[in-house]
Each structure stands twice: as structure tokens, then as C-alpha cells.
Design a protein around this ligand. Structure first.
Ligand code: TMP
Length: 215
């Protein structure tokens, strides 16, 4: 096995079932006897959670896209320094609910910020650290919004129009097409049992590959 722990991220539009996915992935990793840090973005640290409340709340409607982008990366810088890197360096695995792919999808494809700007921040804040495996929970936007709408009052992002989420979904799918080795697309529109079984299989395969030094 590699010395550094593996870094796994979960992505998808609202209502795609990321929480269920996190549970399945965590269960498979625990079953393999591997230490795990479960966390989320924006968030994961006291400062990050405060920034999350600002970003998702309604006190700052109309905040500029650049401000939003920089706050996402501010939260990420703290998260990497305080939690993600120390865990990986200790050999633990890290499972994160959203990471920089969300920035490319939401602030890039969704808000229209040029990809090169996001890439510059990614390089600065992360160096060469990238997720080793990303599970992209994909489903039609109408279905995702319907599921998310039943859950709770909409946050600042969930209030966006359907066209925004169509761009976000397409942004995610483009990343998956460009990086098929890292990003595995899971059809999240299927019944829960099928989705969970596929996630478990993908994670078990990844654990095996990592043990054999091929992932
Ligand atoms: P969620 O994790 O509960 O789905 O909510 C987080 C929201 O923040 C979601 O609407 C996506 C958004 N987000 C971004 O816009 N950019 C980012 O980089 C991250 C991590 C999240």
C-alpha cells in the first residue's frame, strides 16, 4: 500500500444522494480496517464551517462570483492545512463530501468563471494534491431538485434556476469525460439498492487496486 492515505471525494448536484453514498463508502473502508477521516466542503474546520454558513445562508445574496470563489478556496486552504493533509500524512484515508470539482462545476460552469482562474487557485492552495478517486453521483436535474426540495428550505445555491444546475451537471460530466481514471460516474437515478451496490463495488475495487499499488 502507498504510504500516504487515499483521498476520495463525492460529487453531484443537489439531491443526487451524496449522503447515502458517503455512508456506503465509509462502511467499505471501515470493513477493510482502514482509518478514515470523513469531512465535507465547504466546511470541515471551525473557520470552514463559519464560511459555509456565510456561503449557503441568505445574508449575502448577490455576492460576486469572484468573492464566492475565493471564500471556497479560503475554506479549502484551512481544511487542507488543519485536517486533510495531516490525516493523509498519518496514513489515514480521507472521504470528503465535495472538493475542487465542485468549484469547477458551480463557480466555473455554473457562474461562468474562467477555468484558468480556478486552476491557478487550485495549484496555489493544493500544490499537486488531487483526489485519488471521485464518485460523481449523476442524475437528471429535475429529479435532483425534486428530491432536494422535499428535504429542507432551499439554501443560497438551491435557489438557483434549473438552467444553473444544468450547467453544473454538464460541468461535472465534462470533468468525468476528461479524467475517466479518477472520476467514476454513478447513475444515481436508479433505485437506492442498485446505486449502493455499485458504489460498494467501486470502492472495494479501489481498495484492492491501492493494496496492489495500482491506484
Ligand atoms: P452541500 O454540500 O450540502 O450539497 O452544499 C454545498 C453547496 O456549496 C452546494 O450547493 C455546492 C456549493 N459548492 C460550491 O459552489 N463550490 C464549492 O467549491 C463547494 C465545495 C461547494
Amino acid at each position: 500500500m502507498n504510504d500516504r492515505g487515499a483521498f476520495i471525494t463525492i460529487e453531484g448536484i443537489e439531491g443526487a444522494g451524496k449522503t447515502t453514498c458517503m455512508g456506503v463508502v465509509a462502511e467499505r473502508i471501515a470493513a477493510a480496517g482502514i482509518g478514515l477521516l470523513q469531512t465535507r466542503e465547504p466546511g470541515g474546520t471551525p473557520l470552514g464551517e463559519d464560511l459555509r454558513a456565510l456561503l449557503l445562508g441568505h445574508r449575502h445574496e448577490g455576492v460576486s462570483s469572484d468573492t464566492e470563489l475565493l471564500l471556497m478556496f479560503a475554506a479549502r486552504a484551512e481544511h487542507l492545512a488543519a485536517r486533510i493533509r495531516p490525516a493523509l500524512d498519518a496514513g489515514d484515508w480521507v472521504l470528503c463530501d465535495r472538493f475542487t470539482d465542485a468549484t469547477y462545476a458551480y463557480q466555473g460552469a455554473g457562474r461562468g468563471i474562467p477555468e484558468a482562474r480556478i486552476a491557478a487557485l487550485e495549484e496555489w492552495v493544493q500544490g499537486d494534491l488531487r483526489p485519488d478517486l471521485t464518485l460523481l453521483m449523476d442524475l437528471p436535474v429535475t429529479l435532483g431538485l425534486e428530491r432536494a426540495g422535499k428535504r429542507s428550505a432551499p439554501d443560497r445555491f438551491e435557489r438557483e434556476a434549473q438552467a444553473f444546475f444544468e450547467r453544473v451537471r454538464e460541468g461535472y460530466l465534462r470533468i468525468a469525460r476528461e479524467q475517466p481514471q479518477r472520476v467514476r460516474v454513478v447513475d444515481a437515478a436508479r433505485p437506492l439498492a442498485e446505486v449502493s451496490a455499485e458504489i460498494a463495488r467501486l470502492v472495494d475495487d479501489f481498495i484492492q487496486a491501492r493494496r496492489h499499488g495500482t491506484a
